[in-house]
Write a protein that binds this ligand. Structure first.
Ligand code: OOB
Length: 557
């Protein structure tokens, strides 16, 4: 820490230099613009908690099924954990993998790490050795904070395998039975002196998020103190949050959406309570919503749909909800309407990415907007460009790839020069890979519609087929509950089209399905070559449809 002996100071400087390696900062001119606008204040991210503790010490900050903490309690505990982590040898700038189930402990660990000036790598509980090994390797992490067991899985066994392969991982802290490792209680029970947290360069990463990762392994996304603090503050403001709101974190808490959009961090900026649940089933979630009178939550589409359906049979309904944000993947207008009519009139769409840029519909927007488009940018300083395959801007209102830049969008993945060369334009716009159109007229003007992923196409013979176009047709079939169009290798065509379909009842045949598509006027080369009925579509760690897994399952057959 800064107050340490010359030797330890030297070590800290090295750690911070190491953190800087492979980090792409915001360019100075744009940084200055964001400071001038008042978005960036050069304060450490954890000041969100110290400020809340100073303003609303006795309000409940966080709660889960078993415990709750006021802002003052959480702030004091974060100090203690931070000092405990430092005493264990964790230095400012050290990357630490954080993988805990949704609970108060998640928030305690996150803020403890931030107070120790460590940089948490925000893993999801669904990640396993492949992802965690990759995060450890790329980030150069020196430790991890895990739980002993959850959902029938032993995280200590996984840590054992990771440590064997990544010898830099030396600080393994386990919440619960520690096995071969150190108990988390060693830091929560720390009783030594509490030094002032070290000063922070707010232009450096506060934490690393992991990318949605539709191809290959997820990448690491540095979110700076400045940009992430602004993200949380601005998002809570846009939803009109106040200290009377109660936010439910039902998605994996390390994901950007429940973490800061507005989620846990946004709630803190207004003194609102955050409730964690590690069971997102309607039964458990509705009971918690009722108990804490939850007003706001964020859900992926499949979960929102399930909750909406469950309103038909659950005895306790989530009537206190004021805002239900739905996002993470493409939602059809009739799905949006179904969720709005059955789950909550406060349904809103959100199109976000761990890389930064957030678009969402706002409370008060007309129903036509809320049902049909994915939102408008959060910040007046968000810059969007829509380009064709040659990188040339399309005419206003036309479809193309969305490129974004702004006060909370990354400038480069962490330690990923090759990916960065592809993913950023020379003037620093992030190529989102999302196909969008931005409306220019009427009540939807300035709003974005996401029409698909640029690369989510099937190359069949000489034709390029958009998976999302076909999925849109499939979803209109009355017997189809969910569908995904994927490419499977084919000797003659290069790729063939497979429709992976979850039926509401008994399946129909491929011929019947194609007859239906014929009637809708779907072109011959867009119709599926194969129909794969499935009991459910496999999901990613955050609950989005996972096409990689669908393809792997079908190719293995
Ligand atoms: C959120 O973040 P990620 O990083 O897991 O995934 C980002 C990608 C986007 O690039 C886009 O392809 C897709 O997920 N996506 C949507 C969408 N919301 C996200 N595609 C269509 N419609 C939407 N509404 O998913 C995320 C981060 C913060 C808030 C909300 C979602």
């Amino acid at each position: 820490m800064s107050t340490g002996t010359p030797n330890t100071q030297h070590a800290v400087d090295n750690e911070i230099d190491d953190l800087r390696t492979g980090f792409v900062p915001f360019p100075a001119d744009r940084a200055e613009t964001y400071r001038q606008a008042g978005y960036w204040t050069d304060q450490p991210l954890d000041t969100l908690l110290s400020e809340a503790a100073a303003r609303w010490p006795q309000r409940t900050a966080i709660a889960d099924a078993g415990t709750s903490y006021t802002f003052a309690e959480l702030d004091a505990l974060a100090d203690r954990v931070g000092a405990g982590l430092t005493a264990q040898g964790i230095a400012p700038g050290d990357r630490i993998l954080l993988q805990l189930p949704n609970s108060c402990r998640f928030a305690v660990a996150l803020f403890g790490l931030l107070r120790a000036r460590a940089v948490p790598v925000m893993c999801l509980t669904g990640h396993r050795t492949a992802e965690l090994g990759h995060f450890a390797e790329v980030s150069g992490a020196v430790g991890m904070v895990i739980t002993d067991r959850a959902g029938g899985f032993d995280f200590r066994d996984m840590a054992g395998r990771l440590v064997a392969e990544h010898p830099r991982l030396t600080h393994i802290l386990v919440d619960g039975e520690p096995g071969d490792f150190r108990p988390w209680s060693a830091v929560t029970d720390y009783a030594g002196p509490l030094p002032e947290p070290a000063p922070v360069d707010a232009t450096l990463p506060a934490l690393l998020l992991v990318s949605g990762g539709t191809t290959g392994l997820p990448k690491l996304i540095p979110r700076t103190h400045n940009d992430y603090r602004y993200n949380a503050i601005a998002c809570a403001q846009a939803y009109g949050m106040t200290g009377d709101d109660v936010c439910l974190v039902a998605l994996p808490a390390g994901h950007n959406f429940p973490l800061a959009c507005p989620g846990l961090l946004g709630s803190m900026t207004v003194g609102a309570t955050t409730v964690f649940t590690d069971d997102p089933s309607p039964e458990a979630a509705f009971a918690l919503i009722d108990k804490y009178q939850v007003t706001l939550t964020g859900l992926v589409n499949a979960l929102a749909k399930l909750w909406a359906q469950a309103c038909d049979w659950e005895p306790v309904l989530p009537t206190s909800l004021r805002v239900v944000q739905v996002g993470g993947s493409r939602m059809m207008p009739d799905e949006a309407r179904f969720i709005r009519e059955n789950l909550s009139p406060g349904t809103q769409q959100i199109f976000g990415m761990a890389e930064g840029m957030l678009n969402f519909t706002r409370p008060g927007d007309p129903i036509d907007v809320v049902d049909n488009v994915q939102g408008r940018p959060m910040s007046p300083h968000d810059e969007m460009r829509v380009v064709d395959e040659n990188g040339i801007e399309v005419a206003p209102g036309e479809e193309g790839e969305l490129l974004v830049r702004g006060p909370y969008t990354l400038n480069g993945y962490y330690r990923a020069d090759e990916a960065n060369a592809r993913s950023f334009s020379p003037d620093g716009f992030y190529r989102s890979g999302d196909r969008v159109r931005i409306f220019t007229e009427g009540p939807r003007a300035g709003y974005v519609e996401v029409t698909g992923r640029i690369k989510d196409v099937i190359h069949r013979g000489g034709e390029t087929v958009s998976a999302s176009d076909l999925e849109e047709h499939l979803h209109t079939h009355p017997k189809i509950a969910a569908a995904a169009a994927v490419a499977l290798p084919d000797e003659y065509l290069g790729e063939k089209i497979c429709a992976a379909v979850v039926f509401k009842g008994p399946p129909i045949t491929l011929a019947e399905l194609n007859g239906f598509l014929d009637e809708r006027g779907v072109s011959a080369h867009t119709k599926p070559d194969l129909l794969a009925p499935m009991p459910s579509l496999p999901k990613t760690a955050v609950g989005k449809v996972d096409k990689k897994q669908i393809i792997a399952a079908l190719v293995d057959k």
